[in-house]
Ligand binder design. Structure first.
Ligand code: GLV
Length: 314
């Protein structure tokens, strides 16, 4: 029986299925650091890792027993896939099954930030609410506004769809390559044009090509009443520049699901009332997380059969 390391506890039916096919170890100590990941590459035939595990280039040095990483998650910027390929290690991910859940979190952040839901929640819970008032916690209207999507992949399109058909919003998007989509949406030539929308939602993949794509210059292209949402990866945004813009009131607010150094969230950001801060919940529905686990496992099973896993990325 091949050995399989699952680096975090995942849905019970998936673990049970894995146990029937592999000699399974479920890692209990949280995310793998580089040294632990490197050791695991020597100890197991296959690994089912996830976000936060450190599979950077050095992990793939030397003689490896593990030749398959069936990642749990669509993003795999925590895995150096080029180094993996050079070491003969197949890497797969879990696209599609999390598109709707992640797009829903994008809308959650648009609405919660625009309508000051976090502030309102804090007010009610602290006992400070004094009752209905015509000018209490006035937010920003969402319906009919413009949304700028940065990165029009599967999740970007699902958000655009919700914004347009659900909220009558005009959609503009910035994407590196030309993209035709089956809904009214205008591709713009520059990042600045998309940043100038009423709501900006970042849905690019992480990784070297998008690191700090949203820098101080990009943020400066936003309207002073603009709202910024990031559900992709924290590293895509210059977090310090974003905090600076929020503190200065250069933009109206931000809804964030991801951070530059997760799980650390800067105290300056946590102090800002005009931000809604979620703990990386994009795909966190029970149904989606089970489907992700199943897809990751199915990819590993395909690899054991000598097939190219359906969601192989390298
Ligand atoms: C979540 O962020 C994922 O990449 O699946």
């Amino acid at each position: 029986m091949k050995t399989l390391l699952i680096t975090r506890d995942i849905a019970a039916p998936v673990v049970a299925q894995a146990r029937a096919l592999f000699d399974v170890t479920v890692h209990a100590g949280g995310a793998l650091d580089g040294a632990t990941a490197a050791q695991a590459m020597r100890d197991y035939d296959a690994i089912l890792p996830t976000l936060g595990d450190d599979f950077s280039a050095e992990v793939f040095d030397g003689d490896l027993r593990c030749k398959m990483l069936g990642n749990f998650g669509v993003g795999y910027n925590h895995i150096d896939v080029a180094a993996a390929r050079d070491a003969g290690v197949t890497v797969s991910n879990t696209p599609d099954v999390l598109t709707d859940a992640t797009a829903d979190i994008g809308l959650t952040l648009i609405l919660a930030t625009a309508r000051r839901a976090g502030e309102g929640e804090r007010m009610v819970r602290s006992g400070e609410w004094g009752g209905f008032g015509p000018k209490n916690l006035l937010g920003t209207h969402v319906t009919g506004k413009t949304v700028g999507i940065i990165g029009m992949g599967r999740i970007g399109q699902a958000i655009a769809h919700r914004c347009h058909f659900g909220f009558g919003m005009e959609v503009v998007f910035f994407n590196r390559s030309p993209k035709s989509v089956e809904m009214p949406a205008q591709q713009v030539d520059t990042l600045a044009e998309a940043m100038a929308a009423d709501f900006v939602v970042v849905t690019t993949p992480g990784g070297a090509e998008t690191t700090k794509l949203i820098d101080a210059t990009a943020i400066a292209a936003m309207k002073s009443n603009g709202i910024f949402v990031n559900i992709s990866r924290g590293e895509v945004v210059d977090e310090a520049a974003l905090i600076d813009a929020l503190e200065r009131g250069a933009i109206a607010g931000a809804g964030l699901d991801v951070y530059e150094n997760e799980p650390a969230v800067p105290a300056r950001l946590r102090a800002l009332e005009n931000c809604v801060l979620l703990p990386h919940l994009g795909s966190a529905t029970a149904e989606t997380r089970q489907a992700m686990g199943q897809m990751a496992l199915d990819n590993i099973i395909a690899w054991t059969r000598g097939e190219i896993p359906q969601q192989a990325v390298n």
